[in-house]
Design a protein around this ligand. Structure first.
Ligand SMILES: [Zn+2]
Length: 236
């Protein structure tokens, strides 16, 4: 079964099938590693002819000529630090105007690389306090009422919904982030999805998406797909 293959795909890039080939599907690379994930994470990519997706773990996902091979990076890796080769690859990718979607755990990545989280992602889960904020906290198994804060291509087809997921609180979030989704949950900062202020490429951050319940939620899946299409559509 394909599903079984996904579970075993820890070291090599793996192509996820699309139902029908589109004229020019976005070449998507889903980056895993640093944290366990459920196979349901792959569901937004199944059968969508707009995407041709490979799954690759950190740091292998960032090797090779990223600009040439990938249109949109979808990060689900959670890595405290990374090597110079990865930093260079990510910086080159971002400066080339390519799309970046940062999902859930990836908001915790690269705390020792301020350019990344202050300029590119526009947010960071803080392991240590920063400018009077944090350290951040997380809470599993929360029922979260989500509100659309702004009509945007990333929220198209989504109205208010409830999701069973993990909250993050006391994160650093850029005051320049363009917030698209919010919650009033007391264990959350409020913003759940935003477009980063980074100008050279389109960067979308979605805090939701911890596990099976969230990954199978049709609203979450739609948000992921919308984010990929938006991030991958910057006019060159
Ligand atoms: Zn999580």
């Amino acid at each position: 079964m394909q599903r079984r293959a996904f579970l075993l795909s820890t070291s090599a890039a793996l192509a996820l099938p699309s139902a029908t080939p589109a004229a020019e599907p976005l070449r998507v690379r889903l980056v895993t590693g640093g944290h366990a994930h459920d196979p349901e994470l792959y569901q937004p990519f199944y059968g969508d002819p707009r995407f041709r997706t490979t799954v690759d773990p950190h740091p292998n996902a960032y090797r090779g000529n990223l600009v040439k091979a990938v249109d949109v990076l979808v990060q689900y890796d959670m890595v405290r630090t990374t090597d110079e080769a990865t930093r260079k690859a990510l910086r080159t990718f971002a400066e080339a105007g390519k799309g970046i979607v940062i999902l859930h755990h990836a908001i915790c990545s690269f705390p020792d690389w301020p350019w990344w989280w202050q300029e590119v992602s526009g947010g960071l889960y803080l392991n240590q306090p920063f400018e009077g904020i944090g350290p951040s906290t997380f809470h599993h198994d929360e029922t979260i009422e989500v509100k659309v804060a702004k009509q945007h291509p990333c929220t198209q087809g989504v109205s208010g919904f409830t999701i069973y997921d993990e909250t993050y609180n006391k994160m650093w979030i850029s005051p320049k982030a363009d917030v698209l989704l919010r919650t009033n949950h007391p264990k959350s900062d409020g913003p759940l999805m935003w477009v980063s202020p980074y100008q050279a490429s389109r960067v979308v951050v979605l805090q939701l998406g911890h596990g099976r319940e969230a990954n199978t939620d049709p609203n979450w899946q739609r948000l992921v797909r919308n984010a990929i299409v938006f991030a991958g559509s910057k006019a060159s």
